[in-house]
Design a protein around this ligand. Structure first.
Ligand code: NAP
Ligand code: MG
Length: 462
């Protein structure tokens, strides 16, 4: 067990103001692997002051200079990729291969994309007799969840730095070790003192202090809708900018003409990957009634095959929550095809990979975000019915459409109330805007849309 005792503030690791610590637990074996300081209002205040002091010089650094530091940051992450992957496995429970390819691979690509955007984005433009300047919003308070510990951090910090903002990060209490490695990489990249600051701590203490700090100009939050709603209210009350990446209940719509086996296999892998702890996962599979039984059989087989590769959930609370949803699904009339709420192992926060069939749109498991390896398979009568079901939740983060013909799938996707749709298995694009319709959030991350979240405009007429 390693006891870490510093916060990264103003370019150095400094002792925390208070004595409290957070125990970091390996969810695969329930052992405490480290402790980190639990930051207080004083730590947050020190970090915000450092970020404010560093802002003028960083904002005035030419974009090419900021781009060079972001390139160095990407390289520093690459140099530490094995250590980061091991850490993600230790504190989140992600299987080693997933940790390498997704948990480290994706943020490296995103960091690189912002190095390039910082160098190429038009921070000034002419319109009529005006010059429009795209200037940094200022000091950013970033609050991140544990499900993709490095990606969630990079998706906020990289565009913020590219824009010329300075940042204070409060990472999830369950995964602070990856955030510490990120801070090390920032330091190694030669990013000036105070431009990026890290305060580990609890949401209701350090997170809330950051969101409420009068000298924070923009709060960027990813996590639950319940906390997001509060942060949005606080920010609006103080007339701060706010970005919210919240939950999802995305639909995987398999139209009758689709390659059913492929659509089901990719759909099951999408839900089960990262133990189902992905906000954009396609947790509702929608199948035409004529092909429904076949799809359920295929899903059961795919889930059974995937079972060997699944890691635990992040903590005991999440495991109980997910088991509760499985029980509720069965109680409301869903049919358990594989899995169930019993613990598959004695140690660790594991949940069995679960497929629920005969799920109807009004059931809890078809409406609420479960955040575990649980797939609900729903039946539709015709395309209008499928659309009504797909759009029939409070969320709208992602989705998928499968059809024999791409144009047919695209026509359906145009009518979906959601921020991102994969057509016939179209792959991840780090430049595509990511974010929610409806209660899935406000604002976008990634690519140029993610950059402009951190910019405000000034127009000069002459
Ligand atoms: P959460 O409580 O919303 O946590 C997200 C972040 O906000 C964490 O850093 C958390 O700190 C912090 N936080 C909590 N309360 C706060 C407050 N009052 N003020 C400021 N910050 C606060 O989410 P969670 O507990 O990690 O997960 C719960 C559910 O959220 C999941 O089951 C899932 O439905 C959803 N979720 C969504 C995403 C997504 O990407 N959209 C990601 C993860 C989770 P602590 O770590 O100390 O709690
Ligand atoms: Mg929490």
């Amino acid at each position: 067990m390693k006891a870490h005792d510093g916060m990264y503030i103003d370019g150095a690791w400094r002792p925390a103001a208070g004595p409290d610590v957070i125990e970091v637990v390996n969810p695969a074996d329930e052992q405490v692997i480290a402790t980190v300081p639990a930051g207080t209002v004083e730590d947050v205040d020190a970090a915000v002051r450092a970020a404010r002091a560093a802002l003028p010089a960083w904002a005035a650094t030419p974009p090419a200079g900021r781009a060079a530091r972001l390139t160095a940051l990407r390289d520093a992450l690459v140099a530490r990729q094995d250590e980061i992957a091991r850490t993600v496995t230790a504190e989140l429970g992600a299987p080693p291969k997933l940790a390498q390819t997704v948990h480290v691979g994706m943020p490296v690509v995103v960091a690189g994309s912002y190095a390039e955007l910082a160098a190429t984005y038009a921070f000034e433009e002419r319109t009529g007799n005006s010059t429009v300047l795209h200037e940094p919003v200022g000091v950013v308070g970033a609050i991140t969840p544990w499900n993709y510990p490095l990606h969630q951090v990079v998706a906020k910090v990289a565009p913020a730095l590219a824009a010329g903002c300075t940042v204070v990060l409060k990472p999830a209490e369950d995964t602070p070790l990856t955030a510490r490695l990120f801070a090390e990489a920032v330091h190694e990249a030669g990013i000036p003192a105070g431009v990026f600051n890290l305060v580990t701590g609890l949401g209701p203490v350090a997170g809330q202090a950051l969101a409420e700090h009068p000298d924070v100009d923009l709060v960027s939050f990813t996590g639950s809708t319940a906390v997001g709603r509060r942060i949005g209210a606080t920010a609006s009350g103080m007339v701060k900018r706010v970005a919210l990446e919240l939950g999802g209940k995305s639909a995987n719509v398999i139209l009758p003409s689709a390659d059913l086996a492929r659509a089901v296999n990719v759909g099951v892998a999408n839900v089960m990957s990262n133990s189902g702890q992905t906000c954009s996962a396609w947790t509702r599979m929608l199948v035409h009634r004529n092909r429904y039984d076949e799809a359920v059989e295929l899903a059961a087989a795919a889930a059974a095959k995937y079972g060997e590769r699944i890691g635990p959930l992040v903590n005991a609370g999440q495991r109980e929550r997910v088991r509760g949803y499985i029980e509720k699904g069965v109680a409301e009339g869903a049919r358990l095809v594989v899995g169930g709420s019993e613990a598959p192992r004695e140690k660790g926060y594991f949940v069995s990979l679960t497929v629920l069939a005969d799920v109807t749109p009004e059931m809890t498991v078809a409406q609420e975000e479960i955040f575990g390896p649980v797939l609900s398979v729903l039946r539709y009568d015709d395309e209008e019915d499928a659309l009504r079901i797909a759009n029939g939740t409070v969320y709208g983060l992602a989705g998928a459409v499968w059809a024999g013909d791409e144009a047919e799938a695209v026509a359906f996707a145009r009518r979906m109330d959601t921020g991102q749709v994969d057509i016939n298995g179209g792959g991840f694009n780090p430049l595509a805007p990511f974010g929610g319709y409806k209660q899935s959030g406000v604002g976008r991350e990634l690519g140029v849309h993610g950059l402009t979240e951190y910019l405000q405009t000034k127009s000069l007429q002459f």
